[in-house]
Design a binder for this molecule. Structure first.
Ligand SMILES: *[C@@H]1O[C@H](CO)[C@@H](O)[C@H](O)[C@H]1NC(C)=O
Ligand SMILES: *[C@@H]1O[C@H](CO)[C@@H](O)[C@H](O)[C@H]1NC(C)=O
Ligand SMILES: *[C@@H]1O[C@H](CO)[C@@H](O)[C@H](O)[C@H]1NC(C)=O
Ligand SMILES: *[C@@H]1O[C@H](CO)[C@@H](O)[C@H](O)[C@H]1NC(C)=O
Ligand SMILES: *[C@@H]1O[C@H](CO)[C@@H](O)[C@H](O)[C@H]1NC(C)=O
Ligand SMILES: *[C@@H]1O[C@H](CO)[C@@H](O)[C@H](O)[C@H]1NC(C)=O
Ligand SMILES: *[C@@H]1O[C@H](CO)[C@@H](O)[C@H](O)[C@H]1NC(C)=O
Ligand SMILES: *[C@@H]1O[C@H](CO)[C@@H](O)[C@H](O)[C@H]1NC(C)=O
Ligand SMILES: *[C@@H]1O[C@H](CO)[C@@H](O)[C@H](O)[C@H]1NC(C)=O
Length: 763
C-alpha cells in the first residue's frame, strides 16, 4: 500500500513541475503575498478592498488583458492564517508591489506532497475507564482534516448515536461534482473544497472531481481514523475483521479538500486552513508537508501559528522519507509532529505442507485459493532468475536483503504464487502483492526447505485472510518514518511522538481500487501505512483530551501526550527501530515515545508555551523583522528576550563546534524549563536522569514542591560534554517522579555531534 502511495506522489510531482515550467514561459506566476494590515489606509472599509486597490495600482498595462483585470488577479484573500492574498502577477508587477507601503513579503505558490479496528485496543482505549468515557468519546469536539476529500457514503460517517451539532459551528457542506448539502450530518459536519489556486497555476487543467468528494481514498482513510463512527464487520478482504471506529468515535469531522488527484498547491492549503479557523474547528489533522522550507515560507507553519494562537491543536505527519536522519518535515515548534510505528497485529496465511506440518507466514493476499487444492513447491535459491512453473509456488530465500528484487522478479515471471524467506520485518511494502505471496522468517523457512529437500513432489495447500494479534515486539518505529533533527528549527527535538502507522484499517471509497497490481479488488475498508496514518490517530486522541480539558492550550495537550508516552514495547524493552537493524530507537526516530491516551489524561505536570515564547525563538533564529512578521502577522512584537530555549517537554543539545583545535575541551549547554502542576494540589516531584555515556547531566533543583494546582516551578538542566562529541547520537531522559504518587513526567534528551543545517530564506 505505502509503495503504491509513494508511486502516486511521484507522478503528482512530475505533473506539477511540468505545469510550472509551462507557466514560466508566460512570465505570469501565482504568488502568496503577505501584507501589513496596520498600514491599511482608513479609507478602506475592509482588507479585501485594500488588496484590490493595491493590485489595481500596480497592474502592468502592457499585459492587461480581459483575463487579468485586478479583480480576477486575486485568487484568495486570507483573513485568519495571514494578512494578505494570493494572486497572479508578472515579474514587473511583483517588483512594483514590493515597493509599496504595507508590503511584507511574497513567495511563489508551491506544490505540496501527501505522505502517504484494532489500533484503539493496542493504545489501551476501552469503554470502562479513561479517555473514552471521560471525554464522552470526544463529543462536541470538531476535527478539521485538510486532505483529498471524503466519501460520505462510508458507514464511518453515519451519525447514529450523535447529539446535535454544537451551536458554535459555522462550517458548511459545499455543493460540487457528485456532492450536495444532504451528504453532511451530525458526524460529518462540514465539507468544503479549495481548487482555485491549483486552477490559477494551471489554467488549462480540468479537475475531474471539483467537490469535497474523495477520488483518492487518503482523506476518507485519515478522517475515519481520527473520528469514524462504529462500523461492524469491517475488514480488508477478511483481514483485520472486527468493529472499526476512529480514535474519537463521537467527535465531528469537517473535511477541507485541498489535495486533488491533479495536484495540490500552497495557496489552496492556506485557504483551507483559513476557512477551518473561521468555521470553528478545535483540532486540525494535516497528513502532508513541505520539504526543505524555512518556517517563514512554509504555508503549513504560517497557517498553524494563527491556529494555535486561537487555541486549535494541530497534529502533523513527520513524513515517509526515513530512515536517514534530517528527513523530517513539519518540524515546526508550535505543532505536534508525529512519527509512525507498527502495531501488534499481523495479517497471515497458513501453508499446509504435504506432510501435514502447518507454517504461518505474513500476507495480505485478498483472495482465497481452493482449500483442497495442492500446489507444487519449487525452491529457486535467491530468485535472481525466476521461471514460471505451471501452477507451482516459487520459494525464494533472501540472504542479502534483496527482497524487493525477488518479489518483482516473481511478479515479472507471472508466477502462480511465491514464498519468501526473509529477515526483513518491515514487510508493509510487499505484503499487498497481486499474486499470492507469503513471507516467512528464517526459522520457518528452514522447515519448508527441509521438507522440499526430502520430497521430490513437495506440495502445499494454503489458507489466507487470517489475523493474528499479540505480535512481539510492538510497537516498532517504521523504517520509512522520517527522522529529525528538523531542518527548519533544529533546536527543538523532533519528531514529538509516535503513533500507529503500519497497516491501519480505515474507511475507503468503494469505487477506488483497494489493491495494487493488475487485479483490482474493491473494499469499503483499506489497510494503509505511513505517517499519514499516525497523524490522525494522535489528532483523534487530542480531541479526547480537548473534551476532558477544554481549557488546556495546544502546548499543554502536546506536553501531556509526550511526557506520558510509552518508551517500552510489549516485551518491556525499549522501543526498537525497524530502520536501524532493530536497535533501540533514538528520540530522533520515535520522539518521546508511543502515545498513551489514558495516561495523557492525567500527566501531573505540563510544559506550557505561549505564542510570545515561539516569537522569542523566531527572534533567536536571526530572522529579519519581515520574516518574523510573515509568521506573526503583526509588527508589534519584541525581540528583547530572544531565546532558542523553548519551554518544550524534550531536549536536544549539539556538541559539534569546530572552532577550536582541542575538540576534547569541555563545554556546557543549559536549558531552562517551567512546569505547571495540573495534578493534585500538594505534590512533590524528584528528578531522575538516565546515564548518558561521556556526558555529565545535571538538574537544579532536584526536587520540585507544589502547594497548589496550576502552581509553576522552574528548573535548569545542564549537559556537559566535549566540544566535539565522538558519537553521533547519545540519548537519555529526565523523569520527574511524584513522591508517593502516581505521576511520572518523562522527557527525552538527545546529544548529537550532527552539524544541522538551518534553513534560511530562499533568495
Ligand atoms: C443529494 O444527492 C442525493 C444522492 O444523489 C439525493 O438523494 C439527494 O436528494 C440530494 N439532495 C439534495 C438537497 O439535492
Ligand atoms: C492552454 O490552452 C490554450 C488554448 O487551447 C493554449 O494556447 C495554451 O498553450 C495552453 N497552455 C498551456 C500551459 O498548456
Ligand atoms: C455482522 O456479522 C454478524 C455475524 O456474522 C451478523 O450477525 C451481523 O448481522 C453483522 N452485522 C452487520 C451490520 O452486517
Ligand atoms: C475466504 O475465506 C474466508 C473463510 O476462510 C471467508 O471469510 C472469506 O469471505 C473468503 N473470501 C473470499 C474473497 O472468498
Ligand atoms: C537473519 O537472521 C539470522 C538470525 O538472527 C541470522 O543468523 C542471519 O544471518 C540473518 N540473515 C540475513 C540475510 O540477514
Ligand atoms: C499470467 O498467468 C495467468 C495464469 O496464471 C494467465 O492467465 C495470464 O495470461 C498470464 N499473463 C502473462 C502476461 O503471461
Ligand atoms: C544569531 O546571530 C548571533 C550573532 O551573530 C549568533 O551568535 C547566533 O549563533 C545566531 N543564531 C543562529 C541560530 O544562527
Ligand atoms: C560524529 O560521530 C560519528 C560516530 O558516531 C563520527 O563518525 C563522526 O566523525 C562525528 N562527527 C564529528 C563532526 O565529529
Ligand atoms: C565548521 O566550520 C565550517 C567552515 O568554517 C563551517 O562551514 C561549519 O558551519 C562549521 N560547523 C559548525 C557546526 O559550526
Amino acid at each position: 500500500m505505502a509503495a503504491q502511495f509513494q508511486f502516486s506522489v511521484c507522478l503528482l510531482l512530475m505533473t506539477i513541475s511540468q505545469f510550472i515550467s509551462a507557466s514560466l514561459a508566460h512570465e505570469m506566476n501565482c504568488y502568496i503575498v503577505h501584507m501589513d494590515i496596520s498600514a491599511m489606509p482608513k479609507a478602506y472599509s475592509n482588507h479585501h478592498s485594500w488588496y484590490l486597490a493595491t493590485l489595481a495600482s500596480i497592474t502592468d498595462n502592457s499585459k492587461l488583458t480581459t483575463t487579468s483585470v485586478p479583480s480576477t488577479k486575486i485568487i484568495y484573500t486570507y483573513t485568519n492564517v495571514m494578512h494578505g492574498f494570493s494572486a497572479i502577477l508578472s515579474d514587473s508587477e511583483l517588483e512594483s508591489l514590493s515597493s509599496l507601503p504595507g508590503y511584507v513579503s511574497s513567495f511563489r505558490d508551491a506544490p505540496v506532497n501527501l505522505d502517504t479496528t484494532y489500533s484503539f485496543k493496542f493504545l489501551g482505549l476501552n469503554s470502562n475507564y479513561g479517555a473514552w468515557p471521560d471525554s464522552d468519546y470526544g463529543r462536541d469536539v470538531i476535527i478539521g482534516v485538510i486532505d483529498t476529500g471524503i466519501w460520505p457514503e462510508s458507514k464511518s460517517y453515519d451519525d447514529y448515536g450523535m447529539t446535535p451539532t454544537p451551536l458554535k459551528w459555522k462550517g458548511a457542506c459545499e455543493i460540487g461534482t457528485q456532492f450536495n448539502s444532504s451528504m453532511c450530518n451530525k458526524k460529518l459536519v462540514g465539507a468544503r473544497y479549495f481548487s482555485k489556486g491549483l486552477l490559477a497555476n494551471n489554467p488549462n487543467l480540468t479537475i475531474s472531481m471539483n467537490s469535497p468528494r474523495d477520488t483518492d481514498g487518503h482523506g476518507t482513510h485519515t478522517s475515519s481514523t481520527a473520528a469514524g463512527n462504529y462500523v461492524d464487520n469491517a475488514s480488508y478482504f477478511g483481514y483485520a475483521y472486527g468493529t472499526a471506529r476512529g480514535m474519537a468515535p463521537h467527535a465531528r469531522v469537517a473535511m477541507y479538500k485541498a489535495l486533488f488527484n491533479e495536484g495540490s498547491v500552497s495557496s489552496d492549503i492556506l485557504a483551507a486552513i483559513d476557512q477551518a479557523i473561521e468555521d470553528g474547528v478545535d483540532v486540525l489533522s494535516l497528513s502532508f508537508g513541505l520539504n526543505d522550507v524555512a518556517l517563514f515560507e512554509d504555508p503549513v507553519a504560517i497557517a498553524t501559528f494563527a491556529a494555535i494562537e486561537k487555541g486549535i491543536f494541530v497534529s502533523t505527519s513527520a513524513g515517509n522519507q526515513g530512515p536517514l536522519l534530517e528527513t523530517l518535515h513539519n518540524g515546526t515548534p508550535w505543532v505536534l509532529t508525529v512519527a509512525a510505528g507498527s502495531i501488534d497485529r499481523e495479517y497471515v496465511g497458513r501453508i499446509i505442507l504435504g506432510n501435514g506440518v502447518t507454517i504461518t507466514g505474513q500476507t495480505l493476499y485478498p483472495n482465497n485459493l481452493t482449500h483442497s487444492q495442492n500446489f507444487p513447491l519449487v525452491f529457486m535459491g535467491e530468485c535472481d532468475d525466476v521461471k514460471k512453473i505451471g501452477t507451482g509456488f516459487v520459494v525464494c530465500q533472501d540472504k542479502t536483503g534483496a527482497l524487493s528484487e525477488q518479489v518483482y522478479a516473481c511478479l515479472n515471471a507471472n508466477v502462480s504464487g511465491g514464498i519468501f524467506i526473509t529477515n526483513n520485518s518491515d514487510l508493509g511494502f510487499f505484503r499487498d502483492s497481486s499474486f499470492p505471496a507469503l513471507f516467512l522468517n528464517h526459522q520457518d523457512g528452514e522447515t519448508i526447505l527441509k521438507y522440499i529437500n526430502m520430497n521430490q513432489k513437495a506440495q502445499a495447500s494454503f489458507e489466507f485472510q487470517k489475523t493474528s494479534i499479540g505480535a512481539k515486539a510492538a510497537p516498532k518505529v517504521a523504517a520509512y518514518s522520517s527522522r529529525g533533527p528538523s531542518a527548519s528549527c533544529p533546536f527543538v527535538l523532533k519528531p514529538d511522538i509516535m503513533g500507529p502507522g503500519d497497516l491501519i484499517l480505515a474507511s475507503w471509497p468503494s469505487n477506488v481500487a483497494a489493491t495494487e497490481g493488475s487485479s483490482q479488488y474493491f473494499s469499503n475498508f483499506n489497510l494503509l501505512s505511513g505517517t499519514s496514518m499516525s497523524c490522525p490517530h494522535v489528532a483523534g486522541i487530542a480531541a479526547l483530551l480537548r473534551g476532558v480539558h477544554p481549557k488546556w492550550s495546544p502546548a499543554a495537550i502536546r506536553s501531556a501526550m509526550m511526557t506520558t508516552s510509552d518508551f517500552l514495547d510489549n516485551k518491556y524493552n525499549p522501543i526498537l527501530d525497524s530502520g536501524a537493524l532493530n536497535h533501540p530507537a533514538s528520540p530522533l526516530a520515535s520522539g518521546a515515545g508511543h502515545v498513551n491516551p489514558n495516561k495523557a489524561l492525567d500527566p501531573g505536570l505540563i510544559y506550557d508555551v505561549k505564542a510570545a515564547d515561539y516569537i522569542n525563538l523566531l527572534c533567536a533564529l536571526n530572522y529579519t523583522s519581515k520574516q518574523i512578521q510573515t509568521v506573526t502577522r503583526s509588527a508589534s512584537y519584541s525581540c528583547s528576550t530572544a531565546s532558542l530555549d523553548l519551554n518544550y517537554p524534550s531536549f536536544i543539545a549539539y556538541f559539534n563546534a569546530n572552532d577550536t583545535s582541542n575538540s576534547n575541551e569541555l563545554t556546557v549547554q543549559e536549558f531552562h524549563r517551567t512546569v505547571t502542576n495540573v495534578g493534585d494540589k500538594t505534590s512533590v516531584y524528584e528528578a531522575k536522569i538516565t546515564h548518558m555515556d561521556g556526558l555529565n547531566v545535571n538538574v537544579v533543583p532536584e526536587k520540585l514542591s507544589f502547594k497548589d494546582k496550576y502552581e509553576m516551578q522552574s528548573y535548569r538542566l545542564s549537559i556537559q560534554g566535549p566540544r566535539r562529541m565522538k558519537n553521533k547520537i547519545i540519548h537519555g531522559s529526565i523523569s520527574w517522579i511524584e513522591v508517593s504518587g502516581r505521576h511520572v513526567v518523562r522527557s527525552p534528551i538527545v546529544a548529537t555531534n550532527l552539524s544541522s543545517r538551518i534553513l534560511s530564506g530562499r533568495k
